[in-house]
Design a protein around this ligand. Structure first.
Ligand SMILES: [Zn+2]
Length: 455
């Protein structure tokens, strides 16, 4: 009998050309490139693997591809695993910084380079590899498998919630594997059990109809001062957010979640060096550790600020307008609309009624229940695939943001990340890559995971 690992290698080799053709499709959602072609291609890939496919496009936006693979005769038809992926990719700019053509899959020293390979096309392929190898084995598919593959992830998934709501019965599953995941700088394999949310704001002040000679600053205030003072009123220099009620709705982490976070490695010096930081980490003034800050606490960040004259030399002007971008990475329990109300109330209370505040993007956070048995299934199967020498690091939630909350809201299931990326995958940047070794081990992880899940 041929071992599963050998079957996997065979499937990987056999489907490499097909995978490369998928990578060649420049499915850039923000620029509307090759979307219909890529939808057709994904449909074919799933059908070739043996799945039933529906292309959902009745709610607008780029189509959502649904795939279904029933459990085999010896499998557990009572259990269904959902894979979430996206077929769209980021634009390839800046093109000059690529060492090979962005949309020509190129292997150099065991590393496969192409736009979209890490985010997120290889992660779809490893899942299909695993399913095909299992279908070809004596045991067959150990459980039912569904896919939700969307085409707007790189655009903030504006239509995903509507599709999940309408098709909740179709996508109904017991657990979900998220689109991304992989290894960190230390070669630890990181599994995220959740994700932070986001409240993103535009702020602006207009203080006059025209820019004014700065000598008039003797009697006239200006927009740049007003906006910097408004912003400064919201956060102290040592990173305490002063907006009343800002921290109130945070769901307190459980003891177990705290324990899991305490086990995570964090190298402050390395972080300093990585970014060339000129100041100590802000957590030095806070009552919580860097890992706790990354997982459990919301942030408030000025992402950009524009006002007045910023060219060479001097121009003595009193700017009539100022604007800023502000993001808050929020945690479970917090609501973007509520954060909006709290900041509005803060500005009004402190005499900044004229500051315009618009919530331009809101997304709630989500964290899976770490005591759910699915966590062990994902962790143990990762250990088996990546070997005893690899430390498997569980993280209650990622510090970034994604549309995970909608999966819980409409499907009510645990969601964990797992993918074949590495520390240098450079998602969204030039020379995006996946290591072929991780591609194989990632395929094995998905196969072991399906086996363990079906039990
Ligand atoms: Zn991305």
């Amino acid at each position: 009998m041929v071992k599963l690992e050998e079957k996997l290698q065979h499937v990987i080799d056999e489907r490499m050309d097909e995978f490369f053709d998928y990578l060649r499709l420049d499915s850039v959602s923000t620029q509307d490139r090759k979307i219909p072609e890529t939808v057709q291609y994904v449909k074919q890939m799933l059908e070739k693997t043996g799945g039933e496919v529906q292309v959902l496009d009745d709610l607008g936006g780029n189509p959502v591809v649904y795939g279904y693979f029933p459990a085999g005769d010896k499998g557990n038809s009572e259990k269904t695993l959902l894979f979430y992926n996206h077929y769209d990719v980021q634009p390839e700019d800046p093109i000059d910084e690529w060492d090979s053509e962005p949309f020509v899959p190129t292997v150099r020293e065991g590393i496969l380079y192409c736009r979209g390979v890490a985010d997120n096309k290889a992660n779809l392929m490893v899942r299909l590899n695993a399913i095909e190898a299992l279908l070809d084995s004596e045991e067959g598919l150990p459980c039912n498998v569904k896919f939700l593959i969307e085409g707007e992830e790189e655009n903030g998934s504006p239509s995903l919630g509507a599709y999940l709501e309408k098709y909740a019965d179709l996508f109904k599953s017991d657990a979900c594997i998220w689109e991304f995941g992989g290894k960190d700088e230390e070669e630890n394999y990181v599994i995220e059990a959740g994700i932070k949310g986001m409240a993103y704001f535009d702020l602006s002040v207009e203080s006059a109809d025209v820019d004014i000679h700065s000598s008039i600053g003797a009697v006239v205030d200006n927009a740049a001062w007003r906006l910097t003072q408004a912003l400064a009123s919201m956060r102290t220099a040592d990173n305490q957010v002063l907006v009343e009620g800002f921290y109130d709705d945070i769901t307190p982490p459980t003891d177990f979640e705290k324990e899991v976070v305490a086990r995570k490695p964090f190298d402050a010096e390395k972080t300093q060096a990585l970014y060339g930081l000129k100041h100590p980490l802000i957590t030095k003034d806070l009552d919580w550790t860097p890992n706790e800050a990354l997982a459990f606490y919301p942030t408030m960040t000025i992402c950009g600020f524009i006002s007045g004259y910023t060219g060479p030399g001097s121009k003595t002007v009193l700017p009539r307008a100022a604007s800023a971008k502000l993001d808050c990475r929020i945690v479970p329990g917090q609501d973007p609309e509520k954060i909006h109300e709290l900041i509005r109330a803060h500005l009004d209370k402190h005499g900044f009624e004229e500051v315009k505040l618009d919530l331009i993007k809101g997304q709630k956070a989500f964290r899976s229940d770490l005591t759910n048995g699915f966590v062990d299934v994902v962790v143990d199967s990762a250990q088996k695939a990546y070997g005893e020498q690899t430390e498997i690091v569980l993280s209650p939630n990622n510090a970034g943001t994604g549309p995970m909350y909608n999966f819980d809201k409409y499907l009510n299931l645990p969601v964990l990340s797992s993918g074949c990326g590495w520390a240098n995958s450079r998602a969204h940047a030039p020379n995006e890559s996946v290591r072929l070794k991780d591609f194989f081990e990632g395929s094995a992880h998905m196969a072991y995971l399906l086996q363990a899940f079906g039990k």
